[in-house]
Design a protein around this ligand. Structure first.
Ligand code: SF4
Ligand code: SF4
Length: 316
């Protein structure tokens, strides 16, 4: 995509187009040819930056807040609307369109004002990817594995998009590299897996309110997540090596990637973070104490009941 923007009324980062009628039913590979160009000279210039639903990934939010020089909470308030991701109970955000024209707040007649930091969904169009983060196998730590051969691409071809009438020839791989999609895929991968794993559960189980809040906070506000890591009992609870601590202290991207591990551990029990031995022992002792107390309580209740039952007999 050029600085014109991206395209599609319902773009998705989750591998399934929301407008199935616009999908060209053909599996493509990185080597498949693509004839497409988007630039300010196309008749439909910026037409695709309105009436759309753009889900933001944690990396999108990180890059956009840096670009705009505002904290995440301000960004979320000004530019986003809450949503649930992929029909799950996982909370996320989409770009809030302008009330006056139902367009993205970052689009002007000259194109996208945040172009080099535009969201992942804006970069994908018109090449969708299906779908490495769905239904994968699990490794020994309970994490989903990706089989490269399961990836394929497809074209989203919509009436209003005149980019297909242009002469520029690419391969799908060249197009994706030009759009910076590969980097985004790498950054979003683990987070998307969390959502897809949740989705695979269907409506069978619901996340607790606390888990939802944690997922939302870690996904949207890295500064608050940093406070959580460094200003709570987090580091007393988890065994994190010094190198990791140093890197997540300073580097937002590393902290974001770390947050995905934390979410995988807390939401799905993935064995990617180690709880300190003494914490486990303390927890076991606490559970045992609770059990002991409840056993003692039951004995007391039994004794009381027995005494009550014995009482009248003894009086006769
Ligand atoms: S972020 Fe940029 S490319 Fe994406 S919809 Fe908005 S204006 Fe268009
Ligand atoms: S060519 Fe397609 S992607 Fe480019 S502005 Fe037009 S509709 Fe959007």
């Amino acid at each position: 995509m050029s600085e014109a923007g991206q395209g599609g009324k319902e773009k998705t980062i989750f591998g399934k187009e929301k407008n199935p009628t616009s999908i060209v039913p053909r599996k493509l590979s990185l080597e498949s040819p693509l004839k497409f160009r988007c630039h300010p000279g196309v008749r439909c210039f910026t037409a695709c930056c309105g009436g759309i639903k753009i889900v933001l990934t944690p990396y999108d939010i990180l890059q956009l807040t840096k670009r705009l020089g505002i904290p995440a909470h301000e960004f979320l308030h000004r530019y986003t609307t809450p949503t649930y991701l992929e029909n799950t109970d996982m909370p996320g955000v989409i770009i809030k369109l302008r009330e006056e024209d139902n367009k993205c707040p970052f689009v002007t007649p000259e194109g996208c004002t945040v172009y080099t930091d535009r969201p992942t969904a804006c970069r994908y169009y018109p090449v969708g990817m299906a779908d490495f983060h769905e239904g994968g196998t699990r490794d020994k730590d309970g994490n989903e594995e990706t089989k490269e051969e399961e990836k394929f691409f497809f074209l989203v071809r919509e009436e209003h998009c005149k980019g297909f009438e242009e002469d520029k020839q690419w391969t799908i791989g060249e197009w994706r590299a030009d759009q910076g999609v590969d980097v985004r895929d790498e950054m979003n991968k683990e987070w998307l897996r969390l959502v897809m794993r949740r989705k695979s559960f269907g409506g069978q189980a619901t996340l607790s309110e606390q888990a939802k809040r944690m997922f939302f906070m870690a996904s949207t506000d890295i500064a608050t997540f940093r406070k959580f890591v460094f200003e709570s009992s987090f580091l007393d609870t988890y065994e994190i090596d010094e190198e990791t601590i140093a890197s997540i202290k300073e580097d937002d991207v590393q902290l974001m990637l770390f947050s995905f591990k934390y979410l995988a551990a807390t939401l799905f029990g993935a064995r990617v973070l180690k709880i300190r031995e003494e914490k486990i022992k303390a927890k076991i002792a606490e559970i045992k104490k609770r059990q002991d107390e409840s056993v003692l309580q039951s004995i007391r209740e039994y004794e009381e009941l027995k005494a009550e039952m014995d009482g009248p007999k003894g009086g006769k």
